[in-house]
Write a protein that binds this ligand. Structure first.
Ligand SMILES: O=C(O)CCC(=O)C(=O)O
Ligand SMILES: [Fe+2]
Length: 269
């Protein structure tokens, strides 16, 4: 990661590193993502129109292909460069499965809107990293961000459908003064975004799937007081960049998958 990329992350609240993963790596990850071990452990979250957005989330980064991706030197080093000093930990990874015609929307939110509720005190110690497994564009519901809104700090979040949505009075004000950016990605591109940047995505009304994986990282000093999983305070065991391809196809089996009903930020009360 170059110093101008680090600068743009701090200025805009996000930065894209094109083609951080090769075609061969993406082919492998996509095969693992579409295997039963992932799709069979997915759950649905309703958006406000009742469309379902499907995701599979687990905490510990293991020795499967996605674990090797999220522990790879290139990703962890990039996260370290953006977060600064501290021990980088892998909080969780989730595979977002926006199926053609079916995949639901994500309402305007900040990821720290969720993580605050898990009891994390330092947003600056956290980051979301999205790797595109298929091309993502306006047509199939790519991520949208309001540039620079990470400097506005945290908004109040409450349930919108089964998701957490930011207070719309504030979102509307933010929209007036911030540029809306469609983060179109090619498969293999990586988007790093700040936990306080406002973002959303529209439903996938196209004929093509929009799949991605989002890994969230945290620095070990940021100990949450409500989150029971310890992955977020366990320093990540870094692996070499070639480990992913060298290990061949490794299914995500036996991972500590999230159970929707057990998660305070998801369970509709
Ligand atoms: O995948 C998307 O479109 C957005 C997902 C997201 O923002 C989240 O899971 O927090
Ligand atoms: Fe998000």
């Amino acid at each position: 990661m170059t110093s101008s990329q680090i600068e743009s992350y701090h200025r805009d609240g996000f930065v894209i590193l094109p083609q951080l993963f090769s075609k061969a790596e993406i082919d492998l990850l996509y095969r693992v993502a579409t295997d039963d071990t992932v799709t069979g452990n997915s759950f649905d979250l309703n958006d406000q129109d009742g469309k379902k957005t499907k995701l599979t989330l687990w905490f510990t980064a293991g020795d499967d292909s996605f674990g090797l991706m999220s522990r790879s030197r290139r990703l962890v080093a990039s996260v370290q460069a953006l977060l600064g000093p501290g021990e980088v930990c892998h909080f969780h990874s989730k595979i977002m499965q926006k199926q053609p015609k079916l995949g639901g929307a994500w309402e305007w939110h900040q990821d720290y809107g969720y993580w605050y509720k898990n009891g994390f005190l330092f947003p600056e110690a956290m980051i979301s990293v999205m790797l595109a497994l298929t091309d993502a564009n306006k047509e199939n519901g790519c991520l949208q961000v309001l540039k620079g809104t990470h400097k506005m700090q945290r908004f109040e979040h409450s349930f919108v459908g089964e998701q957490q949505g930011a207070d719309l009075d504030f979102v509307h004000e933010a929209e007036k003064i911030s540029e809306l950016v469609y983060c179109e990605l090619k498969a293999g591109d990586v988007l790093f975004f700040h936990p306080n940047i406002l973002h959303r995505s529209e439903a996938n009304l196209s004929e093509r799937p929009r799949w991605s994986v989002i890994s969230a990282y945290n620095l070990s000093y940021n100990k949450p007081f409500r989150e029971k999983h310890t992955s977020c305070i366990t320093p990540v065991q870094v692996v070499s960049d070639d480990a992913l391809l060298a290990s061949g196809l490794k299914k995500v089996s036996g991972a500590d998958f999230l159970v929707k009903e057990a998660e305070i930020t998801l369970n509709v009360k």
